[in-house]
Structures are given as structure tokens and as C-alpha cells.
Design a protein around this ligand. Structure first.
Ligand code: PGA
Length: 255
């Protein structure tokens, strides 16, 4: 299970240190990790290094993810951050194609595919986000949208696998209408996605399915089903470390 805190454009150094203080102090994280359950935190770029060192100094088994990366290898791309830089900072993976990147920064399906290829070549675990808007759902276009977002990325993964890449890939179903709105999907929606993925893209894709969109300690138990959901991507609720603890306790119990 991958439990991912997507901090988006939030947190500064003092807040990061206090956040980790709330989560430190006993070894339940190690016990959860031994059961294959792990917390990943995706901070803004400037704090990747700081977060990594704060995690290490507290002996916490958390992973660090980036929220984005550049598809190009290196060079004259002002304002961008490369996969090699992320690796250099000890980052384990990267969120790609988040709906906020698509909506506010014009990220296309083709760009997400390019970035996936680059991430895999650098050994960074991609967490590829996809999901429909409410209008698309109302118009009965969900599967068309999912296919459009997944297919180009899937092709790149198949190619990378053929070239020997074993880096795992996760897929985060994040219906746009559920992100930051307080309105969550229901388990039936996620089951529908899971079976669509299994039928159209195979077991490897379906077995990396995460869910994101207004997940919190109240909603999480009803959204989880073994074999269907392999983790959660959580924004707002995981800005609050006590909520991280409540979600872990609800889903996995005290180890
Ligand atoms: P949310 O964000 O939990 O605030 O809905 C989830 C996400 O965007 O990854």
C-alpha cells in the first residue's frame, strides 16, 4: 500500500519539522513498512532535500516523491527540474499528470507520456494521475477520457519494460470533481475503474491502482477494498499530521 501525502504548494521548513515531530516517536512506521504499507510525502521542490534530511534524522521509513519533473534530460530549460536532480536528492518517485498540472499549466497527455519515459529511465517510480471532470462523467464519457489519458503512457511503459526497466508504476484515479471539493467517489466508482483497467490494460496496471480525491479519516475505510485499491493519494487531509495517524489507524490498525 502506498499512502501518499500530496502537499501541493503548502508547507515551509518550520511547518515540515513540526509535522514530522507529530509523526515521530515510536516504531509503528517500521512495523507498517514490514507489512508493505508506506507513507510517501510529496513536498514542493525547494523542500525535497530538507524533508529527506528531516525524515532521516528522525529515523522514519518514509519515502519522498516530487510533484512534477521535466521531460528533458538537462540543459537550457529555465525553471525546470530534471529527473537526475530528483535522484540526486534521494527522491524515489514522481507524481505525473496531476489534474492541477493539466488544468492550470496546460500539461497534455503527450507530455505526461514523455515524462513517464524519462522517470522510468531514471529509476523514479511514476504515479500517473488520471480522471474525468464532472461534465465528462455526466456525458457518459468516463472510459473515453481514462483511455485517452492512460493509453499514451501505457505505450511508453511497455516500451521501457521491453528495454529492461523494472521500476514499478502506480496509477492514481483522481476524479477531478472529487479533488479538494469534499465530495468523494464511492467504492463502486473505483471498482468500475479497476475492472476497466484490468480488461483494457492488464493486471499490471490494475494492481497499481491508487485513489485520490477528498480522502480523509472519515471516508477512507469506505473507499478501500483489498485487491482493488492499492493506496491513496491525499491532499488537504494529509496537511494535518494527526489526520495521517488517524487514517493509518483506521485502515491498518496499531501494529
Ligand atoms: P484532496 O487532493 O485530497 O485535497 O482532494 C487530492 C489530490 O489532489 O491529490
Amino acid at each position: 500500500m502506498h499512502m501518499i501525502a500530496n502537499w501541493k504548494m503548502n508547507m515551509t521548513r518550520g511547518e515540515i519539522a513540526s509535522y514530522l515531530d507529530v509523526l515521530s516517536g515510536d516504531d509503528r512506521w517500521q512495523a507498517w513498512k514490514e507489512r508493505g504499507i508506506r507513507l510517501f510525502i510529496a513536498p514542493p521542490y525547494p523542500y525535497l532535500d530538507f524533508l529527506g534530511s528531516q525524515i532521516r534524522s528522525r529515523n522514519l521509513p518514509f519515502g519522498v516523491l516530487a510533484q512534477n519533473m521535466c521531460a528533458f534530460e538537462k540543459g537550457a530549460y529555465t525553471g525546470e527540474v530534471s529527473g537526475a536532480m530528483l535522484r540526486d536528492l534521494g527522491v524515489e518517485g514522481v507524481l505525473l499528470g496531476h489534474s492541477e498540472r493539466r488544468q492550470y499549466f496546460g500539461e497534455t497527455d503527450a507530455a505526461v507520456a514523455e515524462k513517464t519515459t524519462r522517470a522510468l529511465s531514471m529509476g523514479l517510480m511514476p504515479v500517473v494521475c488520471f480522471g474525468e471532470t464532472w461534465e465528462e462523467r455526466e456525458a457518459g464519457r468516463c472510459t473515453e477520457v481514462w483511455n485517452r489519458q492512460i493509453e499514451p503512457v501505457r505505450e511508453r511503459i511497455v516500451k521501457a519494460r521491453g528495454e529492461g526497466t523494472g521500476t514499478p508504476v502506480n496509477w492514481a484515479y483522481e476524479p477531478v470533481w472529487a479533488i479538494g471539493t469534499g465530495r468523494t467517489a464511492v467504492l463502486e466508482n473505483i471498482r468500475e475503474v479497476s475492472s476497466h483497467l484490468r480488461k483494457n490494460f492488464g493486471d499490471e496496471v490494475a494492481s497499481g491502482l491508487l485513489y485520490g480525491g477528498s480522502v480523509n479519516d472519515e471516508s477512507v475505510s469506505g473507499l478501500w477494498e483489498k485487491g482493488t485499491v492499492h493506496g491513496f493519494l491525499v491532499g488537504t487531509a494529509f496537511l494535518e499530521p494527526k489526520c495521517v495517524l488517524r487514517v493509518f489507524d483506521r485502515l491498518f490498525g496499531c501494529p
